[in-house]
Design a protein around this ligand. Structure first.
Ligand code: IPE
Ligand code: IPE
Ligand code: MG
Length: 246
């Protein structure tokens, strides 16, 4: 039986978040420059996006560039920005064809103006699409996101728009970049690293985790199916007992 047939489409993660890691090591293993790894990583992005849409996943969030990634060598950052622009141009058609809506989270103002322009254009052209929301985390840092939310809420308290007593989890959630997304159900990280690297700290409070040694450019549909099958074998108890769930 193929892996796809083992997936129960009634129990898909509603929100899948992927830390796409290992492009640099993939290239190094082949004796190539890191850039080659990033270029090949974009192919895995396309395969994953299309496979998720076909399966019926409602929300896919991809960690594409972190606030910390700005500290990489200037040339690598420039290349990643160029790749982002070319991918956005190239993939618009795929998004439209598959009825996928593009969304972006992060400190987008820090992105080069050309990237912002391209991004906004694709977001605008896909805003009516309904099959799946693809969120790109770009110049994204979770601590920064939470800090910004705290500042925005504090400002509202100061201006008597809301009271301290009314601040609850929903209010905080509504001030995050992800305000219109559901909590993350499954986090996948490739490349054998077992860490979160400042990704969606608030939103993963009750997520399941799946780590694989596969490097991102080698990640295929089958690897995605393996992650989902693993997720579906788990019992999510949310603090309750197993008996309460059944
Ligand atoms: C992930 O691959 C892509 C980004 C973080 C932009 P890396 O570039 O981190 O690859 P490794 O971890 O060095 O192998
Ligand atoms: C995390 O990968 C960020 C992205 C995948 C975009 P990194 O490769 O930057 O993570 P660390 O710094 O090694 O944890
Ligand atoms: Mg890495």
């Amino acid at each position: 039986m193929s892996l796809l047939n083992k997936i129960n489409t009634d129990n898909l993660p509603k929100h899948l978040a992927i830390i796409m890691d290992g492009n640099g090591r993939w290239a190094k293993q082949k004796g190539m420059l890191r850039a080659f790894g990033h270029e090949n990583g974009t192919k895995s992005v396309r395969t994953t996006v299309e496979a998720c849409a076909r399966l019926g996943i409602e929300n896919l969030t991809l960690y594409a560039f972190s606030t910390e990634n700005w500290n990489r060598p200037k040339l690598e950052v420039e290349l990643l920005m160029k790749l982002l622009i070319s991918s956005l141009k190239k993939e618009l058609e795929t998004l439209v064809k598959n009825n996928i809506k593009l969304n972006a989270i992060g400190n987008l103002d820090n992105l080069p103006k050309v990237v912002q322009k391209e991004l906004l254009e694709v977001i605008e052209k896909t805003k009516m699409n309904t099959r799946m929301t693809l969120t790109l985390a770009l110049s994204y840092g979770s601590r920064e996101e939470i800090l910004n939310a705290v500042k925005k809420i504090s400002d509202k308290v100061k201006n008597n728009i809301i009271s301290i007593d009314s601040i609850d989890e929903t209010v905080l959630n509504n001030h995050l970049y992800t305000h219109d997304l559901t909590d993350v159900d499954l986090v996948v990280r490739t490349s054998g690293e077992h860490r979160i690297s400042n990704f969606l700290l608030w939103q993963i409070a009750y997520a399941e985790f799946y780590f694989t040694d596969v490097l991102w450019p080698d990640f295929t549909e089958e690897h995605l199916y393996e992650a989902i099958i693993s997720y579906q074998k788990r019992e999510r108890r949310f603090g309750k007992t197993s008996e309460q769930i059944k």
